[in-house]
Design a protein around this ligand. Structure first.
Ligand SMILES: *Cc1c(COP(=O)(O)O)cnc(C)c1O
Ligand code: SF4
Length: 336
């Protein structure tokens, strides 16, 4: 006889995150129609400007209708501006190719190693370096984590493992469990950090199995979310964040400073306040990586610094993110 646990009986049916992932909008014309902007369909770049459109329907539902400047729409809609060649905007803007330590391992900074755990994302953000990164065989998960774990084993200066990507929560929970079994043999690794946009763009990913895995992990747990605008955070995201905190996860957020999306102090202040209401602290505000096809999103440094001054005058210190840029060869993110 099967006895349902009280938890199972109480919870309402949640759609499976994999089904929602597959159901994402991948056609720019369909996206425009969904937000009432069908008339813009003839101004799209051919072939999505070489980087496929992908956006979960739940994220589309948070976009304003009939607004071509909607800050969520602009993060995912292919634009003609992406086709412009702008000097200085290149393929490997952050020098990732030079810092590969083992399959899928980037070890640039003291004490922490980053695993490119998955090349997939539920959403394709137009400003992302990933539009050119040749992930191919670079995924640390591909070989049962063997090479990656071996690198960690050999360097006991590494106390924090960062799962990044792509989106590491694109992996099946079973794959993450496999990794944590390997980590259990490495006593010098005491913290696990996960960089994921999924709690924001597809909060259904934070399901019972993932939460159980996190709650039982004998490590300190940090999750760095990625939201750029307060409108990205709705009740579903609130619930996912609450459940993650319940599972013992410290929640931080990183954003990218994006022209036309969040480059004014009011918008950034509102984002910080909204994050904190969800139990998330702002961590980094990144200056855009100068990736080919993204120049139209760039905010110049003097503009960015002026924004930060206004933000500091408006918010408690703990709600002001650190404005940083990633510079190849540096020992950390570089503060501006
Ligand atoms: C950004 C990054 C980290 C994390 O840096 P923190 O300042 O600790 O957030 C670690 N490794 C690599 C390769 C990175 O790019
Ligand atoms: S979720 Fe992150 S890694 Fe994936 S496309 Fe967006 S910015 Fe890039």
């Amino acid at each position: 006889m099967i006895t349902a646990s009280p938890h199972l009986r109480l919870s309402s049916p949640v759609p499976d995150w994999r089904a929602l992932w597959r159901d994402a909008i991948t056609d720019a014309g369909e996206l425009l129609h969904a937000v009432g902007l069908g008339e813009l369909a003839d101004r799209l770049p051919p072939g999505d400007a070489g980087f496929a459109l992908r956006v979960p329907r739940g994220f589309v539902a948070r976009m304003r209708r009939n607004d071509r400047n909607d800050p969520l729409l602009l993060q995912v809609l292919p634009q003609l501006a992406e086709l412009e060649e702008v000097p200085g905007f290149v393929i490997d803007a952050v020098g990732d190719m030079g810092s590969r330590a083992a399959q899928g391992v980037l070890h640039k900074y003291q004490g922490r190693a980053l695993l490119v755990a998955s090349g997939s994302c539920a959403i394709n953000c137009r400003y992302c370096f990933r539009r050119h990164f040749p992930y191919g065989d670079e995924m640390a998960a591909a070989g049962q984590w063997r090479q990656a774990l071996e690198h960690l084993r050999q360097d006991d200066s590494i106390s924090e493992l960062i799962l990044s990507g792509g989106d590491p929560l694109a992996l099946a929970t079973g794959k993450l469990e496999e990794l944590s079994r390997g980590l259990a043999e490495l006593p010098h690794v005491t913290r696990l950090r996960i960089h994921s946009r999924l709690p924001v763009v597809l909060p259904e990913r934070i399901d019972t199995a993932l939460l159980a895995w996190l709650a039982e992990l004998p490590l300190q747990k940090v999750m760095v979310l990625h939201a750029n605008h307060a409108n990205e955070i709705d009740a579903g995201v609130d619930a996912a964040c609450a459940a993650l905190r319940e599972a013992g996860v410290t929640l931080l957020n990183q954003s990218v400073l994006l022209r036309g999306i969040n480059d004014d102090a009011g918008t950034l202040a509102e984002l910080s306040e909204r994050l904190f209401a969800a139990g998330v602290l702002p961590y980094y505000l990144h200056q855009l990586d100068r990736v080919r096809g993204t120049a139209h999103f760039e905010v110049d440094d003097s503009g960015a610094l002026a924004l930060m001054d206004t933000l500091r005058a408006r918010l408690p210190g703990y709600l002001v993110p650190k404005l940083v840029r990633e510079v190849a060869g540096d020992a950390s993110k570089r503060p501006l």
